[in-house]
Design a protein around this ligand. Structure first.
Ligand code: NIG
Ligand code: FE
Length: 418
């Protein structure tokens, strides 16, 4: 045998934080069990994890695996970011400045800024231009230790522009080492040309967009922004029911600014996730629990719009929900690709423990994307997507926020260094 790309022996780790455990998302006290191997090692063969444990117990199964000396640093699974808006043109630094001067996110949106301003620019951009910016963001994600993202469309809002964005997502997954799970979010906003005719736009989404998205296999999930002044529960029910008929999984933007029962709908339709949930109360939590819907919490979007109201993560964990953390990376409410900053906010603002935050950022996120068997933990048989962080203990990941470098591997190949 000779050495393949993706044959590695990682040794001298202060901790191999495996996240090993049951083959499902983790709830309650399980979220604190990280399966740490102190002083551990990991053997990778052909891009897959062959063994995790102590070096002395490890019988190398390839002749000359490349040695990766972790040098007393920690090894974790690559972060899985289960909610991003990766593809958009331009940015909204101008609106950021207005918010710093006191305007609110929703005031800016009401004046034609917000999502609609990014839609105008994204429509005008070519596929190649969008791919170039998304590839640049993909490198930011990788450099921060993220190896998989869910990526939504939603800044096109015409048949052709939504398909264009979904093709860019597919392309970024091919041209960069970042794994991309595509979600169709045609119902992200009511486009300006449909003002006052939301039902007409919903018909376009259901009758023209969804069939094309499904036929061209451009998405695995369908999402909708359920919010006062955007889409109603009735419209969400129609879009998501149609998506289900096309065999798409379901995700929802729910209870971000106003709560009006979106989580009940998610539960009723068997959605994979319900995301945001800043305004969700006990009833919503019970609905999600009843149906096994995973909450995806996005504290960086709360922080970045200058709000104080974070989702009730503790109540959700205590109720037995398999909580997920994600960046919500987008040009408006959450311009950060950093899962470490998200974990920091989860700990300081929502009182999650560092262990719960890491579980929510890896294995629980992987399960929310239907990839829990493949990624999200360091266990024999899984794809070797991992990061070696400049830290001696996993708690330093949220503690030293905005700091710290890492070396990142996808399928056993080094893909980024920061
Ligand atoms: O998840 N809530 C709607 N969508 C995004 C924001 C998109 C934008 O501002 O461009 C979110 O926060
Ligand atoms: Fe979002």
């Amino acid at each position: 045998t000779h050495r393949h790309k993706g044959d590695l022996l990682v040794m001298n780790a202060a901790q191999v934080v495996t996240l090993a455990g049951p083959a499902r998302a983790r709830t309650g006290g399980e979220m604190r069990e990280l399966g740490i191997v102190g002083g551990g090692a990991m053997l990778v063969r052909d891009g897959r994890i062959a063994a995790v444990g102590m070096l002395a117990e490890m019988e190398p199964q390839t002749e000359h695996p490349e040695i990766v000396d972790a040098g007393g640093r920690i090894v974790t699974p690559g972060f899985v970011d289960a909610h991003t808006h990766l593809v958009f043109a331009g940015n909204r630094a101008d609106e950021f400045e207005k918010r710093c001067a006191g305007m609110t996110y929703r005031q800016i949106a009401a004046e034609g800024g917000g999502i609609c301003s990014t839609v105008r620019r994204t429509r005008a951009a070519s596929e190649a231009e969008l791919a170039a910016s998304a590839e640049r963001y993909a490198r930011w994600f990788l450099a921060g230790g993220t190896t998989t993202v869910e990526a939504k469309s939603g800044y096109g809002l015409t048949v052709e522009d939504e398909l264009k964005i979904l093709r860019v997502i597919r392309r970024v997954g091919e041209t960069t080492p970042l794994r991309c799970v595509p979600t169709f979010l045609g119902a992200h906003e009511i486009p300006e040309e449909y003002a006052g005719q939301a039902d007409e736009y919903v018909r376009l989404v259901i009758e023209e967009m969804l069939p094309r998205v499904a036929e061209e296999k451009l998405a695995e999930y369908c999402d909708i922004f359920c919010e006062t002044g955007v889409f109603t529960l009735g419209q969400a029910r129609r879009v998501l029911t149609a998506a289900k008929r096309h065999a798409l999984g379901l995700r929802m933007h729910a209870d971000q600014f106003t709560a009006f029962g979106a989580s009940d709908l998610a539960a009723e339709l068997g959605a994979a996730t319900c995301d945001h949930l800043e305004q969700s109360g006990e009833q919503s939590i019970e609905a999600l629990k009843r149906a096994g819907v995973q909450p995806v919490l996005l504290p960086a979007s709360v922080y970045a719009i200058g709000s104080q109201k974070y989702p009730a993560a503790r109540a959700m964990i205590e109720a037995g929900l398999a909580v997920v953390l994600a960046t919500d990376f987008n040009p408006g409410s959450s311009p950060t690709p950093s899962m470490r900053i998200v974990m920091s906010l989860a700990c300081t603002q929502m009182k999650m423990t560092p262990a719960e935050a890491l579980t929510a950022a890896t294995i629980n996120a992987a399960h929310s994307l239907g990839r829990g068997h493949e990624i999200g933990s360091l266990e024999a048989g899984k794809t070797a997507d991992f990061a070696i962080h400049e830290a001696e203990d996993y708690r330093e990941l949220p503690y030293f926020f905005g700091a710290g470098g890492c070396a990142v591997f996808a399928a056993g190949v080094r893909v980024a260094e920061s």
